[in-house]
Write a protein that binds this ligand. Structure first.
Ligand code: ADP
Ligand code: AMP
Length: 214
């Protein structure tokens, strides 16, 4: 099963993607997590990506597409995967479609998690992220068991630099200009599924599993 998560920054893509990956036994591939890991490890890719990320801009397609095409060729993707945060532009979607076509494959579901912009800024200021394992929490909606500590790996949680309100506004405008057109792209491909991201996390997950099947 090959799945893409679509939706604005903070819509809840990562939260649902982790749960889907666990339930269906497929890898969760987040380009944001890959870039943050590269920043943490001080790689050349991390250095380049950071310049764009801290401004709320997209990392250029030429730094992103090959990375994902390579990742989805790894042996652990034989049963499928869930892509979270990729594609984010039409050229990225086209690169993915072409890479899959070469192998006679296609995306089965593009799940668009819909949340109005008004809700996003409040969500993002309450988001706490684990840079070690990629888990995300919310101080009110999805609090960790121990404040400031990741339930999964025990590392300290942080407020992401790009989750500050000024940067979130920029990211939202970039989303509307560059990523939202992917909704029509995947509708035309017959893969689009639209879900209500304002629902409670577990209620939404239940809706998604009904769509994907048991
Ligand atoms: P994205 O991956 O789309 O950027 P996240 O999954 O990191 O978004 O979610 C953004 C924030 O909103 C996190 O703090 C998360 O805990 C919280 N959150 C996710 N889904 C919901 C939901 N359905 N209702 C309320 N808060 C949510
Ligand atoms: P995310 O963790 O998905 O919210 O991504 C955080 C940031 O990483 C984004 O604001 C972009 O700067 C960058 N990024 C992640 N995925 C992509 C992508 N597919 N294309 C371009 N930039 C990306």
């Amino acid at each position: 099963m090959k799945i893409i998560m679509l939706g604005a920054p903070g819509a809840g893509k990562g939260t649902q993607a982790k749960k889907i990956a666990e339930k269906y036994g497929i890898p969760h591939i987040s380009t944001g997590d890959i870039f943050r890991a590269n920043i943490k490890n001080g790689t050349e890719l991390g250095r380049k990506a950071k310049e764009f990320m801290k401004q709320g801009l997209l990392v250029p397609d030429e730094l992103t597409c090959d990375l994902v095409v390579d990742r989805i060729s790894q042996p652990d993707t034989s049963k499928g995967y869930i892509l979270d945060g990729f594609p984010r532009t039409i050229p990225q979607a086209e690169a993915l479609t072409d890479a899959l076509l070469e192998r006679g494959e296609k995306i089965d579901y593009a799940i668009d998690v819909e949340v109005p912009d008004e809700n996003i800024i409040r969500r993002m200021s309450g988001r706490r992220a684990c840079l070690a394992c990629g888990n995300t929490y919310h101080v009110e909606n999805n609090a960790p068991k121990v404040e400031g500590i990741c339930d999964a790996c025990g590392e300290k949680l942080t407020l992401r630099e790009d989750d500050k309100p000024e940067t979130v506004k920029k990211r939202l405008s970039v989303y509307h200009a560059q990523t939202q057109p992917l909704i029509d792209y995947y509708r035309a491909a017959g893969a689009l599924v639209e879900v209500d991201g304002t629902l409670d996390i577990e209620v939404l997950f239940n809706d998604i599993t009904k769509i994907l099947g048991a």
